[in-house]
Design a binder for this molecule. Structure first.
Ligand SMILES: [Zn+2]
Length: 396
């Protein structure tokens, strides 16, 4: 799966499939710091490999294991554009302990729907693998951890398999080449302020996907799949201490490269300017406006940060409810609309307003949407709206 930005204002009510451990490393010493969930066992092996383990008895006898690599397409050299994603695919085509398609066969036997993009995604800054497996069979859990260990450093990257997979990824690129993609190509450079992000879309270039040598692919894997950029997250109906012992036994021998490349953190500079771009495409069926106000990412380190993040969730919830009301009117002013504040990319958050206009009614949709946003700005929310949002927040 390629993880790109998709209208966050509309997507905010969907459950996220990414692991929640995106920012777990809050410092634990200062009085004011956010206490980490005491049910989460956190540890770091001497090689830098980090783990987070949490017992969660619902659903019963299930566990999900995530391997998060703090490396994605943003780290690709010019001659590697698309290889972070190709490597994600290759992880399903043979590893040291599960050669060729044994991995897929094995997991299908355990009842896991399995394959590249079904159990993994590649984004600009990270590549994440996940395995949802039964937890009541120690053998399956052991093998699950072994698969993660293999992905962490022992993907085979067999040249014959690479050649087969090129076609799969090129096909994925071809399928993505619809109106949406063409339009994105035009507005992303502006949205990303012509930063490195503009030229590192995870899908990459045809040139690289067709011609990259197995060695170039291996170079990316060896440079960036390393324990000091990796974490394992285990959540499920498991014995935490037992899992911790298994992680220590299996992941301690992962090696960092002798001369590790610095993991640069790329930024998108804020220009402080209003910018806009209008893009048309004959095949795009509706008129959509997306208005993003980018700002520095809200940190999540102190109790006050946590409070702000709860406020933001409540805001998003109440806004979502208002727009849902509007769309249920007998003659709604738009096909879809929303406003929310969420993470953007590269250390930025964004307040995003999205309007999907009815044919010929763009102005009306835009006006109604902004009237609603302005109303909140001036008058806030009602006590009832807040109570409802709080109740829903507490049960979620
Ligand atoms: Zn893919």
């Amino acid at each position: 799966m390629l993880s790109l930005l998709i209208e966050p204002a509309l997507a905010q009510n969907k459950p996220t499939t990414k692991p929640a451990a995106k920012k777990p490393a809050a410092s634990q010493n200062a009085d004011n710091s956010v206490p980490l969930d005491p049910a989460v066992k956190v540890g770091k092996l001497p090689n830098g490999f980090t783990y987070y383990i949490r017992k969660n008895v619902e659903p019963k006898n299930r566990v999900t294991i995530y391997l998060a690599n703090k490396a994605g397409s943003i780290l690709e050299n010019e001659n590697q554009r698309g290889l972070a994603h190709l490597i994600e695919h290759m992880a399903f085509n043979g590893t040291k302990n599960f050669p060729k398609n044994e991995l897929v066969n094995y997991l299908q036997k355990t009842g896991v729907r399995f394959g590249a993009d079904l159990n993994a995604y590649t984004s600009f800054d990270e590549t994440v693998y996940q395995l949802p497996i039964p937890s009541d069979d120690p053998e399956i859990v052991k093998n699950g951890l072994q698969i993660m260990r293999d992905w962490a450093q022992n993907v085979t990257l067999d040249p014959v398999e690479i050649d087969k997979e090129r076609g799969v990824v090129l096909e994925e690129k071809r399928l993505g080449k619809g109106a949406q993609q063409r339009m994105q190509d035009k507005y992303l450079p502006m949205l990303f302020n012509n930063s490195r992000y503009s030229n590192r879309l995870p899908i990459g270039t045809e040139e690289v996907l067709k011609n990259a040598t197995p060695q170039t692919i291996k170079d990316f894997y060896n440079d960036w799949y390393r324990p000091n950029l990796q974490a394992l997250i285990v959540v499920g109906d498991i014995d935490v201490n037992q899992i911790e012992q298994q992680i220590k036994a299996k992941f301690s021998d992962l090696k960092n490269p002798a001369n590790p490349k610095p993991r640069t953190k790329y930024n998108i500079e804020l220009t402080g300017k209003n910018q806009f771009v209008a893009v048309t495409d004959k095949e795009f069926p509706v008129t959509v406006a997306q208005i993003l106000i980018k700002h520095k990412e809200q940190p999540l380190l102190t109790k006050n940060d946590l409070r702000n993040s709860v406020i933001r969730s409540l805001y998003n919830q109440m806004m979502g409810a208002r727009f849902s009301e509007l769309s249920k009117q007998a003659n709604p002013p738009f096909l879809q609309a929303g406003n929310s504040i969420s993470g953007f990319l590269a250390g930025l958050d964004a307040a995003t307003t999205v309007i999907v206009a009815k044919p010929g009614e763009f102005e009306k949709g835009l006006k109604t949407t902004f009237t609603e946003v302005e109303r909140v700005k001036r008058f806030g929310f009602t006590a009832t709206e807040l109570e409802r949002a709080k109740a829903s927040f507490l049960t979620s």
